[in-house]
Design a protein around this ligand. Structure first.
Ligand SMILES: *Cc1c(COP(=O)(O)O)cnc(C)c1O
Length: 461
C-alpha cells in the first residue's frame, strides 16, 4: 500500500524515465545545515549566491521543502541520449564469488564522459543558458566532471572554462583533449591566471594541485567575468537533486521485478552519486516505510566520513567559497596522489553528512590496492572496465557478498557503478607493475589541517 503512495510514480513517463527529480531534503527532519557567508558567519542569502551561481540553481540549492522538481523537456531530451541507464544483475560475479547474494549494479558509464556527472552537467548548463549567460567556469579533478560539462556546454553552445588539477592534467592528456573536442578551454591548476592560483603557487611551490584549489580558481574567474557563473560537479544540494535520477530509475526497475535491496553501496567523493542513488530509498527510510543498510565507501587516503570532523569548513583551499557544514578533513588537507582522483575531496555533501551524523548510513574506507583487485575481478566477469572511483563500491559489494557466502545469507545488494576506467589505464599499469602504494594520512596530518577549521558563531556550529 505504502509502495503505491510513492509520488514519483505519478511522474513516471512512458519511457520509464522520471519526469521529476526527487529532493531528499524534503523528507529529512534534521535539514542539512545552511551554507554560511565566510565574512559574516550568517547563512548565505539567495542574492549573495546569485553572484556565483545561476538563479534557478540557487533556488534549488536553498529549497529544503519541495519534494519534486520537474525536469525540463530540453533536459529530458538530452537524457534520452543515454538514459534510462542499465540496471544489471551481476550473475557472473555472483557465480564467481560462489555467493547466495544477489548483486545488482546501476551503470552510469554509458556516455562519452564515462560517468554519472553528465546528469547534473546538462541541468546546470541548461539553467545557465536559460538565464542568457555567456559561459560557465569549473574545476575538474580526474577529468570526468570537466568532460561532462564540456559535453553539455558543447550541446547548448555555452562557453566553458575548466581548471584541471595539475597532476591529472599531466597524467591524463586524453581527458584534456576530449574536453577540447567539445570546445572547452582547459587550464592546469594551480595556474598563474588567477590571484588565488598565484598565491597557492607561492605558498606551495611544485604542488600538483587539489580539487579545493581548482575550485578557488574557477570561482574567482566566474566572479571576475560578467556573463559567467561557476558550476560545481558534486557536494552541493542541487547536484544531489539532479543525481536523484539514478536512484529513481534504479528503484523503478527493481520495483518492476519485485526486488527490494537489503544493502545499497556507493563510492563517496563529494557524495553526489551516492546521494542520487540512495535518494528514493533513503526517502522511504526517513518516512519509516522501509529499511535499507546504506554504505558509503571512501579511499583510505581521503577518509572524510571515517576520520573527518563534522564541522563548518571551506569547500576550497583558497577559502573564497561559502562555508558548508560537513564531514571534513580540513580545507588545507592535501590528499596523497591516489588514483581515484574523483574521490580526492576533503569534504562531503551536507545532506549526506547530516544523514550520517543522524545514523541513517554507514561509511568505510578502503585501500587503493584492494580497490584495484576488486576492479579486475569485476572486469573479468562483467564485461565493463570500471573507473577506480566506482571500484570502491565494487570492493564493498564483493566484501558484503563474501560475508553472505560465509553466513549462508541470500541478501540483495545494489551498488552504483559510476563510470568506466578507460582514461585510468596508467593507474591500472601501476597496479600491474606492483608500483601502486597505499596511503593513509597520519592522525597528526589530519589534526593539523583540522586545527585550521574556520571559527563560526556558536549558535550555528
Ligand atoms: C566524480 C566521480 C565520483 C565521485 O563523485 P561523487 O560526487 O562522490 O559521486 C565517483 N565515480 C566517478 C566515475 C566519478 O567520476
Amino acid at each position: 500500500m505504502s509502495e503505491n503512495k510513492i509520488p514519483y510514480k505519478i511522474y513516471l513517463s512512458e519511457d520509464e524515465m522520471p519526469m521529476a527529480w526527487y529532493n531528499l531534503r524534503a523528507d529529512m527532519q534534521n535539514k542539512p545545515a545552511p551554507l554560511l557567508n565566510p565574512g559574516t558567519g550568517q547563512p548565505m542569502t539567495a542574492q549573495e549566491l546569485e553572484g556565483v551561481f545561476c538563479t534557478e540553481l540557487v533556488r534549488q540549492e536553498l529549497d529544503n521543502d519541495t519534494a519534486y522538481f520537474q525536469i525540463p523537456a530540453e533536459i529530458r531530451d538530452f537524457y534520452k541520449m543515454y538514459r534510462p541507464s542499465p540496471l544489471v544483475r551481476a550473475y557472473c560475479l555472483e557465480q564467481k564469488l560462489g555467493t547466495p547474494a544477489k548483486i545488482y549494479y546501476k551503470f552510469e558509464g554509458n556516455n562519452t564522459s564515462g560517468s554519472h556527472k553528465l546528469n547534473s552537467a546538462i541541468a546546470q548548463a541548461y539553467y545557465a543558458k536559460l538565464q542568457g549567460l555567456q559561459g560557465v567556469t569549473t574545476e575538474t579533478g580526474a577529468g570526468q566532471w570537466g568532460t561532462a560539462l564540456s559535453m553539455a556546454c558543447g550541446y547548448l553552445g555555452l562557453d566553458c572554462r575548466v581548471f584541471m588539477v595539475k597532476c591529472s592534467y599531466e597524467q591524463k592528456p586524453f581527458r584534456r583533449e576530449v574536453m577540447r573536442v567539445y570546445g572547452s578551454s582547459v587550464t592546469p591548476s594551480p595556474s598563474e591566471s588567477t590571484q588565488v592560483g598565484r598565491k597557492i603557487l607561492s605558498q606551495f611551490p611544485g604542488t600538483t594541485g587539489s580539487l579545493g584549489c581548482a575550485i578557488s580558481e574557477a570561482v574567482e574567474t566566474a566572479v571576475a567575468n560578467p556573463g559567467y557563473r561557476y558550476v560545481l560537479g558534486s557536494v552541493l544540494n542541487q547536484v544531489l537533486l539532479h543525481q536523484s535520477i539514478i536512484g529513481l530509475e534504479a528503484k523503478t526497475a527493481l520495483d518492476k521485478y519485485g526486488v527490494k535491496p537489503d544493502i545499497i553501496i556507493g563510492c563517496a567523493g563529494g557524495g553526489s552519486n551516492l546521494g542520487g542513488l540512495i535518494a528514493p530509498f533513503m526517502g522511504q527510510k526517513l518516512r519509516g516505510e522501509a529499511d535499507y543498510r546504506i554504505i558509503a565507501v571512501e579511499p583510505e587516503s581521503c577518509p572524510s566520513f571515517t576520520r573527518g570532523k563534522y564541522a563548518y569548513d571551506f569547500c576550497d583551499t583558497g577559502m573564497v567559497c561559502p562555508l558548508a557544514k560537513m564531514y571534513t578533513l580540513g580545507s588545507s588537507f592535501m590528499p596523497a596522489a591516489d588514483h581515484a582522483g574523483g574521490l580526492r575531496f576533503h569534504g562531503m555533501s551536507s545532506v549526506l553528512s547530516q544523514l550520517y551524523a543522524d545514523g541513517y548510513m554507514e561509511a568505510r574506507a578502503v585501500k587503493q590496492t584492494d580497490v584495484f583487485e576488486a576492479a579486475e575481478e569485476f572486469a573479468r566477469v562483467e564485461g565493463i572496465l570500471p573507473a577506480p572511483e566506482s571500484s570502491h563500491a565494487i570492493r564493498a559489494a564483493i566484501d558484503e557478498a563474501v560475508k553472505c557466502r560465509e553466513a549462508g545469507e541470500a541478501k540483495t545488494i545494489l551498488f552504483g557503478l559510476t563510470g568506466t576506467g578507460y582514461f585510468d589505464l596508467v593507474a591500472y599499469e601501476r597496479f600491474h607493475n606492483g608500483e601502486m602504494k597505499n596511503f593513509s594520512p597520519s592522525d597528526e596530518d589530519i589534526a593539523k589541517s583540522l586545527a585550521q577549521l574556520p571559527a563560526v558563531p556558536n549558535a550555528l556550529a
